[in-house]
Every structure is written in structure tokens, then in C-alpha cells.
Design a protein around this ligand. Structure first.
Ligand SMILES: [Zn+2]
Length: 217
């Protein structure tokens, strides 16, 4: 899942105004932000197997530190706790922790059974929406749209940049999503790691958007 996680990040702002959109994006996408780093370090593994599902050629053979249920719970608690110590905002800390956790449950919808529960081996789960190209597009598109709608309802632009920066990001995210869906498979795990790290730019972009918009209840 890609844009669905950003839909969850957008929705975060609806529930608490105090953190930046960039922070909500970071929480919702956290385990996919650190996954490329662990890939490049050789700690986690992915293989390219065209046809493994209708949507992605990636076979997630080993990624317990980022994508096991237990791993994601640890990250959720860690990120919520760190935010609490910095900002002393209990409600927002909980929301950020839940957003980190949301990633795993959204992935659960689409992944074929490759998400570990405890560690690399053992039980792996996934409801397999990726076996249907159309179902994936509909469900993920819906999650993204609802999240964006909630964000638009709870924030408004302070200036022109506040609108154009957001519009630009939405177009950019949809364009990446489409090119991932219809483009050629990546060359190697290393290439996935390198491209994946560019996602940090999306986080910075969201901080920039947030500076040019204001949120209200
Ligand atoms: Zn993921």
C-alpha cells in the first residue's frame, strides 16, 4: 500500500491539530520509511518476482523489524513516547502511535500472506487484496480520498502556497502510485532501497504545506 498510508496521515490532522502534517505523515508511513534503510543495510530482504500478485512484483521475504505486528507495536510505542517527552501532548502522542500501527493493518488488507506476526519465520498474514488490481485501486483510492477530505475540512490555506503546495503533493503522490502500478518492476532490492529513501522528501513537503495552512476545529 502506498497512498492509503498518506490518507491515514492526512486524517491525523482531523483528530489533533497540534502536530504538523509532516509528523502525521511520518508516523503513518514510518515502517516504510525505515524499510529502505534496512534493505540497503542488508538487514531486511526483498525479492523481485513478477506475477507474485496482480499489483506488485515484490516478494517480501524477510522484514520482521519493520513489518511484523510485534515490531510495529514497538515502533508505535516508541514514537508515541518520544513525541510525548518532546511535546508533552498526551492526545497527539496516542494518535501518532495509532498512526504507526495503522500502517500494519492497512498493509494487512492488501498484502498477500507475507506479514509476520512475531518474527521473520512463523505465521504470516495478509488478506490479499493485491490479487485484484481493481479492488486494490478502489480500496486504496477510497482511503486516500477520505483522509484528504478530512484534512481539507479541518485546515485552510493561509496563502496561495498553502493551496498549491497541497495540490502539488496530491498530484505527485498519485503520479508515483500510478507509475508503481503500471511501470516496469524495479531492477534490484538495492534500487528499491535507494528510491524508497526519497520518500523523506514527501515528509519535508508535508512540513512545508503545514507551515502555509492553518487548522481549526
Ligand atoms: Zn508497509
Amino acid at each position: 500500500m502506498f497512498i492509503g498510508h498518506f490518507g491515514a496521515g492526512f486524517a491525523g490532522k482531523k483528530f489533533s491539530k497540534s502536530a504538523s502534517l509532516g509528523t502525521y505523515f511520518m508516523a503513518a508511513q514510518w515502517i516504510d520509511l525505515i524499510w529502505p534503510i534496512l534493505l540497503l543495510l542488508g538487514i531486511e530482504k526483498v525479492e523481485i518476482k513478477t506475477g507474485i500478485s496482480s499489483v506488485t512484483p515484490l516478494d517480501f521475504t524477510y522484514y520482521p523489524f519493520t513489518h511484523s505486528l510485534v515490531g510495529v507495536l514497538v515502533w508505535a510505542i516508541l514514537i508515541g513516547t518520544i513525541y510525548y517527552f518532546i511535546k508533552k501532548n498526551y492526545k497527539t502522542s496516542i494518535i501518532l502511535g495509532l498512526l504507526v500501527l495503522s500502517h500494519w493493518f492497512l498493509d494487512l488488507l492488501v498484502h498477500i500472506p507475507d506479514l509476520p506476526i512475531l518474527h521473520g519465520e512463523g505465521v504470516k498474514v495478509g488478506l490479499g487484496l493485491w490479487n485484484s488490481f481493481a479492488a486494490t485501486l478502489i480500496v486504496e483510492g477510497l482511503i486516500f480520498t477520505v483522509g484528504l477530505y478530512l484534512y481539507l475540512k479541518s485546515s485552510k490555506a493561509k496563502n496561495k502556497t498553502g493551496n498549491y503546495s497541497l495540490l502539488g503533493l496530491v498530484i505527485f503522490l498519485v503520479a508515483i502510485y500510478i507509475s508503481n502500478l503500471i511501470g516496469p518492476p524495479p531492477e534490484s532490492a538495492e534500487a528499491i532501497g535507494i528510491v524508497g529513501n526519497a520518500q523523506w522528501l514527501i515528509i519535508l513537503w508535508a512540513y512545508w504545506i503545514d507551515k502555509n495552512r492553518e487548522s481549526y476545529d
